[in-house]
Design a binder for this molecule. Structure first.
Ligand code: FAD
Ligand code: NAD
Length: 466
């Protein structure tokens, strides 16, 4: 029986980062993954393939709708759907190969198979050809999540699909209804709408990306609508049916008015649930909460002190970089280091175009908690950089403490918001003031200047630039 210092179960961004940090700190480390490739949801069927398709379809849309104004006349812009998907798979393969390289470089033992606890201290790893029993001083569970569904909606992976199946379609769908206008819903809607699929979003709430500052969802809604996506808010889907060559979604609004919609595919994007199948937690003292997430304390320890859990399987924000932070945090905690994760300073990004990005408190949260704030808001339409690139939709908004100028929240919808948000994270992590943020130099012309102007406005000064 092999013995390790740290055994990591699951190789998503939580697991692979934990394993690498563990090896860097000199621990004898094993990572166990049930699939052939490392990288988990994010690398194989999440962050990476969706961003590859979002980039490809963005170029396609730009070529169709913006090139002419730039003075570029193409005879005909044609979509090669299979090539677009092949490139996406190639991007994924390059990333999984990079992870193989990192595991070898750091001398991490890699086992392929499903890891299941047989008691609090021992696991069994089972694959098609062998069964291995191993022990470790510390275990880190990083088994991630799987798509959820709602009553009346059975995912058959044929016509009623999730983001995973949408990433391996063989031809462009003519129509698609997406249940859920959350992050997956709007990213998938963008991909397919841009290539000419007739897309309808059916969302229960009264605005899109409901977890973010409301103004972001409302602005995104207008932009996506302008691009041709049919957005149906306040609609509860209660049944879907596969009718062979198409599928039907049945839904009703808040007054009980019922409707149905037929589409080639119904894509279910109503959230994700913790994945613990095959993990054998019933053989341990590890406890789950009422929603099935693994319960952990402030050190990410489960009810068994030598078994830790990180990432999607413990809930909170289901984000790759949140899982990564926890992976490093747990290993450094085992190592005796005193670390802390500020969950409120973990940014969220939606990769529509324009992108949406957020960190810190939303306006709604500040109001609910009776926290006073000043707003500084600056539109991209007034940015010289945005005008040059024809990306004038959106705004940068900062929420600032009126007394001390502390930055409480940064919310951006606009070109390259995903990258701009990093400076909002720094502002909050190091508790600098809005004045600190506008007194530093911003290169001109850049999209980042919208933030400088927003900080100036929140501090009671007028905008100075265009
Ligand atoms: P996962 O990545 O889910 O990895 C868990 C791994 O554990 C899997 O490989 C699984 O096979 C393995 N496993 C499970 N049980 C066992 C077992 N018993 N034995 C061995 N192996 C096991 N987040 C972002 O931050 N940015 C994005 O742009 C983004 N885009 C996304 C797009 C989509 C379509 C989806 C679905 C998600 C996206 N996410 C994004 C979320 C992100 O993918 C997850 O938050 C992240 O993958 C969670 O990492 P994790 O390590 O907790 O688990
Ligand atoms: P989500 O929680 O973001 O959105 C689900 C949406 O479905 C909600 O708006 C909800 O109101 C709606 N809904 C629920 N029941 C409904 C019903 N009966 N009828 C109509 N609408 C209904 O979940 P998601 O979009 O599935 O994403 C899952 C997770 O993956 C998220 O936690 C997200 O953080 C992560 N993710 C992140 C990124 C990113 O960081 N860019 C991208 C994709 C996914």
């Amino acid at each position: 029986m092999d013995h390790y210092d740290i055994a990591v179960i699951g190789s998503g961004p939580g697991g692979y980062v934990a394993a690498i940090r563990s090896a860097q700190l000199g621990y004898k480390t094993v990572i166990i993954e049930k699939y052939d490739t490392l990288g988990g949801t994010c690398t194989n069927v999440g962050c990476i393939p969706t961003k590859a398709l979002l980039d490809s379809t963005h170029h396609y849309a730009e070529a169709q709708h913006k090139f002419k104004e730039h003075g570029i006349n193409l005879e005909e812009v044609k979509l090669d759907f299979l090539q677009m998907y092949r490139r996406k798979s190639d991007v994924v393969s390059k990333n999984t190969a990079g992870l193989d390289f990192l595991m070898n470089k750091n001398k991490i033992t890699r086992l392929k198979g499903t890891a299941g606890f047989i008691n609090n201290t021992t696991i069994r790893v089972i694959n098609e050809t062998e069964v291995k029993t191993i022990t470790a001083k510390h275990y880190i569970i990083a088994t991630g999540s799987k798509p959820s569904t709602i009553p009346g909606v059975e995912i058959d992976k044929k016509r009623i699909i999730t983001s995973t199946e949408a990433l391996s379609l063989k031809e462009k769908p003519e129509s698609m209804a997406i249940i859920g206008g959350g992050v997956i819903g709007v990213e998938m809607a963008s991909i397919f709408n841009r290539i000419g699929t007739k897309v309808t979003i059916l969302e229960y709430a009264d605005h899109l990306i409901a977890a973010m500052d409301n103004e972001l969802g409302k602005t995104l809604q207008k932009i996506l609508k302008k691009e041709g996506i049919d957005i149906r808010l306040n609609q509860a889907v209660y049944k879907v049916e596969n009718s062979g060559s198409t599928a039907n979604a049945f839904f009703k609004d808040k007054n009980g008015t019922e409707e149905s919609l037929e589409a080639d595919y119904i894509l279910v994007a109503v959230g994700r649930s913790p994945y613990i199948k095959g993990l054998g937690l019933e053989n341990t003292d590890v406890e789950l909460d009422s929603r099935g997430f693994i319960k952990v304390n402030e050190n990410n320890q489960t009810s068994v002190s030598t078994i830790y859990a990180i990432g999607d399987v413990i809930g909170g924000a289901m984000l790759a970089h949140k899982a990564e932070e926890e992976g490093v945090y747990v290993v450094e905690t085992i190592n005796g280091q005193k670390r802390h994760i500020h969950y409120n300073r973990i940014p969220s990004v939606v990769y529509t175009w324009p992108e949406v990005a957020s960190v810190g408190y939303t306006e709604e949260e500040l109001k609910k908690n009776n926290i006073a704030y000043n707003i500084g808001k600056f539109p991209f339409s007034a940015s010289a950089r945005a005008r040059a690139s024809m990306d004038m939709d959106g705004f940068a908004k900062v929420l600032v403490d009126p007394k001390y100028g502390e930055v409480l929240g940064v919310h951006i919808i606009g070109a390259r918001a995903a990258d701009l948000i990093a400076q909002g994270v720094i502002a909050q992590e190091y508790e600098v003031t809005a004045e600190d943020m506008f007194r530093i130099s911003y290169a001109h012309p850049t999209y980042s200047e919208t933030l400088k102007e927003a900080y100036l406005i929140a501090s009671g000064q007028g905008a100075v630039n265009i």
